[in-house]
Structure formats: structure tokens, C-alpha cells
Design a protein around this ligand. Structure first.
Ligand SMILES: [Fe+2]
Ligand SMILES: [Fe+2]
Length: 197
């Protein structure tokens, strides 16, 4: 037997609740919706974290919308289209996070008051096309770092929230990549291997 399969066998199996108990537990506390007794996270804390994620996504929608509208210059058309595509994807993130807050029994906070403070990324306009691309790249890198940490934080305590964030993270990584490609193209620099600056 290989070492690998031996260590696999010695690992304790996760506990599985029998169907009867699952059925009985599901009937209790119906008003809690998706939050069932084996939810291991702290619901209030999860909602608070997700309010900050929601604010981050709203700020991303606003920033990309502003950039998609105001980008100008000879070679801006492709960049505008990219910004506009990101607006749509940030809106989907915003919607998904708001739905998740609602599922957990919270009220998604769309209040413009305090929005910039609740958000991890910033709203920055940028003076020109290259500045705009840079600001978006910075915001995406913040989101990527933030969401990776949150994914580790939720772990197995709240797989539903974790999986949602994993989906969002993949898109934010693509966004960061798109912005870096645009930056390379518009700064007139030759393409260089990633991470070698
Ligand atoms: Fe996003
Ligand atoms: Fe993004």
C-alpha cells in the first residue's frame, strides 16, 4: 500500500447525520430559511462581512460605469468595451452578494451613505485612459486579495458563502488580467512575462 493511500485511510470520515434527524431538524426554526442548525459560522459576522463585499462590488460597478462612459482618445474604443463588460460582471457579483445576505436573514445595505467607507476598493476617476486602467487594476488586486482571505476564513463553516466568493474571485482574477493586458498595450511597453517587474 502506498504512503498516500495509507494516510487517506487513516483520516477520520466526516460525521453524517441520518436522514430522519435531518428531516426533523429542517422542520424546526423555519423562519431562519437557509440558516439550518449545522451552519457553523457566525451569521451576524458573515452578514457584516458580506455588507462590505456588497459595497466593494457597488463601488466597482460605479467606477467601471464612469470609466466606460468617459474614456476618450484615439484608441479608447476597445478599452470602453472592456470596461462596459466589467460593469455587467460587477453587477452580477453585486446581485449575488445581495441575494446571499438576504438568504442569511440580513438586509443588503445599498445605502449610498457610508458606501465608500464600507468598500474595500476605492472609487477613483483617473485623469486619462492609462490612469483609469491603473485604478481598475489596483481595485481588482484589492478585491482578489480580500476575497482570497475571505474564502479561507469561511472554509467549511459556510460553504455556500465560500463557493459564491470562489466564483466571484475567478472573475476578479480575469478582470485584473484584462487590466494588466490593457495597461501593457496602452503604456506602449513591450509585453513582458507576468510578475517580472
Ligand atoms: Fe466584482
Ligand atoms: Fe472586478
Amino acid at each position: 500500500m502506498s504512503e498516500r493511500s495509507a494516510s487517506k485511510e487513516s483520516r477520520p470520515k466526516p460525521f453524517l447525520t441520518d436522514v430522519q434527524t435531518l428531516r426533523e431538524r429542517a422542520r424546526q426554526h423555519l423562519s431562519k430559511g437557509a440558516v439550518t442548525p449545522n451552519y457553523r459560522g457566525d451569521v451576524a459576522k458573515t452578514i457584516e462581512i458580506l455588507q462590505s463585499v456588497l459595497a466593494t462590488e457597488i463601488v466597482c460597478v460605479l467606477r467601471y460605469t464612469m470609466h466606460a462612459v468617459s474614456a476618450s482618445g484615439i484608441s479608447s474604443e476597445g478599452v470602453k468595451a472592456e470596461f462596459a463588460q466589467h460593469v455587467k460582471e460587477e453587477q452580477q457579483h453585486m446581485q449575488a452578494v445581495a441575494e446571499r445576505i438576504n438568504q442569511l436573514g440580513g438586509k443588503p445595505n445599498f445605502d449610498p451613505e457610508g458606501l465608500a467607507t464600507r468598500s474595500a476598493s476605492q472609487y477613483a476617476e483617473g485623469e486619462n485612459l492609462v490612469d483609469m486602467i491603473k485604478e481598475n487594476l489596483i481595485a481588482e488586486r484589492i478585491a482578489v486579495e480580500h476575497y482570497r482571505e475571505l474564502i479561507r476564513y469561511f472554509g467549511d463553516d459556510d460553504p455556500g458563502t465560500r463557493v459564491m466568493l470562489e466564483g466571484i474571485l475567478v472573475t476578479e482574477e480575469e478582470h485584473a488580467n484584462d487590466m494588466q493586458d490593457l495597461l501593457d498595450a496602452h503604456q506602449g511597453e513591450p509585453a513582458r512575462p507576468r510578475g517580472k517587474d
